[in-house]
Ligand binder design. Structure first.
Ligand code: MG
Length: 166
């Protein structure tokens, strides 16, 4: 049936990432600079949210992970803008015949409080993915003081993306 064959063009992907807090670096989430007394440690700009989102896109397209294409062993990606890595990955999935339908992301952080920044992050993701804001959603939660995010050791992020194969 035609309806069924259309459904087979849909591909879902999941991404997950963690970065540890450190002092003396800016906190960048989803391409947005967030006021914070601590930032995240990483070879690139350590944008944990964009890394999870990028992995969800690559995963949905059946490609390898972000570390495979942008290895942290390479000087080329030292302090890299993760927005550029996402846009490069987006081009890769477009070349494979995929378009983004939607993405939904969750940031897990005990600190700082993210609710004032959700709108800005959503706008940033929508712009990086070149899709309307109605197709991108951003959520934040804490882990109630439990685990490494609860202990304020770092931030985790999950992402799911839905792609359509042309
Ligand atoms: Mg990462």
């Amino acid at each position: 049936m035609e309806f069924e064959s259309e459904l087979f063009r849909l591909r879902i992907g999941h991404g997950y990432d963690v970065h540890r807090f450190c002092e003396g670096r800016p906190l960048i989430l989803g391409g947005v600079s967030i006021p914070s007394d601590r930032g995240l440690l990483g070879h690139s700009d350590a944008d944990v949210l964009l890394h999870a989102l990028t992995d969800s896109l690559l995963g949905a397209a059946g490609l390898r992970d972000i570390g495979f294409y942008f290895p942290d062993s390479s000087d080329k990606y030292e302090n890299a803008d993760s927005g550029e890595l996402l846009v490069t990955s987006l081009k890769m999935i477009n070349e494979q015949g995929f378009d983004v339908i939607s993405a939904d992301v969750t940031i897990i952080a005990e600190t700082p409080k993210l609710s004032p920044h959700i709108g800005k992050i959503r706008t940033s993701l929508s712009s990086l993915l070149s899709v309307g804001e109605d197709r991108v959603n951003v959520k934040a939660t804490t882990e109630e003081g439990l685990g490494f995010t609860g202990a304020r050791l770092g931030i985790a992020a999950h992402a799911v993306s839905l792609l359509y194969k042309r």
